[in-house]
Design a protein around this ligand. Structure first.
Ligand SMILES: Cc1cc2nc3c(=O)[nH]c(=O)nc-3n(C[C@H](O)[C@H](O)[C@H](O)COP(=O)(O)OP(=O)(O)OC[C@H]3O[C@@H](n4cnc5c(N)ncnc54)[C@H](O)[C@@H]3O)c2cc1C
Length: 389
């Protein structure tokens, strides 16, 4: 990256938490991730070796306690890491969010044996995927077609999960399945007999392209009884809690996309000449950038505020939903502006503007659609009226 651009970015995007940590992530991401971002998107590949390298640097286990080999840092640190990674490649960040979700489910709800088995593997680069969705169940996972039955000291799983990010490279799956008393959550190693992965008809998305979203087929997959994560029948509640964590991370990824789009737009208009002057000199163009910068600055404060709420266990459903809702919208708005000020170059397939717009829009749906987030905030408001005064 040229030094003008790097110093402009340093001025524009001051770290909001632990400057030394954030700037170190920024530097490493520039080396390890940025050069590959375009190819990952174009060829829709799972960035296995990059994720392993980032894991070795501790970025897949930022909030994991030190006793399991994690960094033991705050949630705000995790947000800073994901924001910086997403500036370079939202696809790489999304590969890491699947790992974070699986890890968080085990960390928050797993029994000691499960934690001892799997958590120390994450800092060593364990790749994991999180499987909720089925052909007939996306937003609504209150009952599922994938079944799990208890048979002696084992669980037996049968069914199909669809559209699972990162499943091509995953070594561990955290899977939601229906048991007798409700939805429950299970840790299923990739090597389990009866588990196969195949590419379904709807495997490729136009944004957040980190390899095809694969389908999992579970044919009488037997796992030990202690691989039940948390409480049987409480799977939806647990999944919602994990989503409250990962939605804030998703918001940080959207912020990264917005920043990348802004940087690309700025770099373009600062150089491009029209009517004998730099495009940046037109007031109409400055206004686009001014609005986008105000949006991103406000949104960054909101997302890091949501991170603090998570660290302090305060109304996390509200703050995480608000953060993801806003950040996804800001990213799409900013990426759309970037295409506009890019002129024809903004629309070219070999320019990055299209990637930012596709990634941003896709994140209005993945990881909790904007409609579901508004429902969650609505439920919070109703709950407030019912709370004792
Ligand atoms: C890039 C990407 C990656 C994904 N990765 C994974 C993954 O790793 N693991 C996984 O399990 N799933 C994954 N998914 C699936 C994702 O979780 C679902 O797509 C999402 O939950 C929406 O479900 P759906 O597509 O079935 O939409 P539907 O549930 O069919 O919803 C259709 C529309 O109706 C709206 N809607 C639904 N219910 C309501 C309601 N109650 N009120 C108002 N509006 C409503 C939705 O917001 C949406 O706009 C991924 C999706 C994408 C796009």
């Amino acid at each position: 990256m040229n030094t003008d651009k790097a110093s402009r970015q340093a001025r524009l995007w001051l770290p909001l938490v632990d400057s030394a940590y954030t700037l170190a992530v920024r530097e490493r991401v520039r080396e390890l991730v940025e050069p590959h971002a375009e190819a990952i998107d174009r060829d829709d590949i799972y960035p296995k070796s990059i994720v392993k390298q980032l894991a070795a640097l501790g970025y897949t286990s930022v909030t994991l306690p030190v006793q399991y080999g994690g960094q033991g840092l705050s949630f705000e640190h995790a947000l800073a890491a994901f924001e910086e990674i997403a500036v370079a490649s939202a696809a790489v960040a999304v590969s890491m969010i699947s790992i974070f979700q699986a890890q968080t489910m085990i960390r928050l709800f797993g029994n000691e044996r499960l934690k001892e088995t799997f958590l120390p593997q994450f800092p060593q680069g364990l790749l994991a995927a999180y499987a909720l969705t089925e052909a007939s169940h996306g937003s609504d996972i209150r009952s599922l077609d994938t079944k799990a039955e208890r048979a002696g000291d084992e669980w037996v799983l049968a069914g199909e999960k669809h559209f699972i990010t990162s499943s091509d490279g995953a070594e561990l799956f955290v899977i939601l399945a229906q048991t007798e008393v409700g939805v429950s959550v299970f840790a299923v190693p990739r090597a389990a007999a009866g588990l196969t992965i195949y590419e379904g008809r709807n495997s490729a998305t136009f944004g957040l392209r980190n390899g095809p979203h694969m389908n999992l087929r579970l044919q009488d997959v037997r796992i030990p009884a202690h691989h039940l994560i948390g409480t049987e029948g409480k799977g939806v509640r647990q999944a919602v809690t994990v989503l409250d964590h990962s939605r804030t991370i998703a918001a940080a990824i959207s912020l990264g996309i917005a920043r990348a789009a802004f940087d690309a737009a700025y770099a373009h208009v600062a150089e491009r000449v029209a009517f004998d002057q730099k495009v940046l000199q037109f007031q109409g163009i400055q206004w686009y950038l001014a609005e986008a910068l105000s949006d991103i600055d406000a949104c960054r404060l909101q997302v890091f505020h949501a991170g603090r709420a998570l660290d302090q266990h305060l109304d996390i459903d509200r703050y995480s939903s608000e953060a993801k809702l806003r950040a996804a919208e800001v990213a799409t708005r900013t990426a759309s502006m970037a295409v506009q000020v890019g002129g024809a170059i903004g629309t070219m397939v070999n320019a990055p503007f299209g990637r930012f717009l596709r990634d941003a829009k896709t994140y209005e749906i993945a990881g909790g659609s904007s409609e579901i987030l508004k429902n969650t905030i609505g439920k919070y408001l109703i709950r407030l009226t019912q709370a004792p005064q």
